[in-house]
Design a protein around this ligand. Sequence first.
Ligand code: DLL
Length: 433
Amino acid sequence: MIWNEAKECMSRDELETLQSARLVKMVNRVYHNVEPYRKKMQALGLEPGDIRGLEDLYKLPFTTYEDLNANYPFGMAAVPPSELVRVHASSGTTGKPKIGVYTRHDIDIWAECVARCLSTAHITRDDVIQIGYGYGLFTGGLGAHYGAEYLGAMVIPMSTGNTKKLIDMMIDCGVTSIACTPSYLLHVAEDLEKLGLVDKIKLKSAICGAEPWTNEMRDQMEQRLHIKAYDIYGLTEICGPGVACDCDFHKGLHIWEDHFLPEVINPVTLEHLPAGSEGELVITNLTKEGMPLIRYRTKDLTHLEYGKCECGRTMARIQRFKGRSDDMLIIRGVNVFPSQVEAALLTVEGTTPHYMMVVDRIDNNDTLEVQVEVAENVFTDEIKSLEALSKAVHDRLKAAIGLNAKVKLVEPNGLEHFDGKSKHVIDKRKLYE
Ligand code: DLL
């Protein structure tokens, strides 16, 4: 089903004309309202008049997390605070969180983009949808919620953390669709099977995202739950979920190009790459008012395919992600940087900077073990004091990254020490195909 045919199926000529006009307007707006952009453009000798359309996009400077961090929280907002109605956030490296801010109009556009995604998954006002993404600072819960309500579906705002209740309500309320992370859906499938309740559910579709997943995971959920599963992509800084999603033909995720202008660059040389080349996805907000980003480096590695899809949509398709150009991990849907773990460990007396994060997926649940060497003077056979240290590390990690990690204290020199670039992550999951 196509939510907004006039936009989603525009001819490329028509779309590029719209993108050009929006880009010119956007560059003007940020130049005059956002000091960091003005300074960056001035440093390159650029004035708004130099950007006359899409063909001039590549003259513009990139925006990175470091820019957001340096101007945290609202230094890159393009409107006065009184016009902002919402803030969302997700983890940055050791710096400040990555935030997204929204005007009322931004919230409406976001709902429209999510509604397009849900429609692509054939969700209508007759559906009952459970939102199993976290509500709060994370964009998943409220983003999916507003989109589903806008579309007219009946929304059950489950959030995360209570699978039993989710299953009870799924059956009691005749839930027909669910939006949650793919690993969580597989976990729900397992519980449903254990309880012998798969036949009792009315689920038809799932809209999964916020973390990478594979075709094999899709096959599993489709077969075990007798549903159709769709992929949804987005990031806090650009708007949240709803930047792109895949359709029945699963030939990539349609990115709503009338709002988000995509390109792919070489993450090392930063040169713009021709369509179809593998590299880092860069997105320019074309309509965001609150904190529009110009040429934002997502760090997600992929390639784009253009050309009309069999579903009728003309918008470019983001192909399966190949990884990230930075070291961000997504564990149970939570973005985690090793540098955050390192910074947390440094604050616990008795530990050393030698640590290893071991990430795995057991029964469709991500697990994180943090192995850390304890200092020579602390290493003791006294179980009580080691237990206390282990708890201190656990609690500090929980506060820093929001996850319960299994902590393994290791004797001095028990972990490998590196001469060159040290390695701090062993990821045993097979996330990218
Ligand atoms: O994960 C927004 C979202 C919520 C998307 C719910 C989809 C569903 P952040 O927490 O800022 O935002 O994390 C953004 O997550 O740069 C990707 O690396 C990764 N990611 C998001 N969706 C997908 C996906 C939300 N479908 C970061 N496939 C992004 C692969 C994804 N990776």
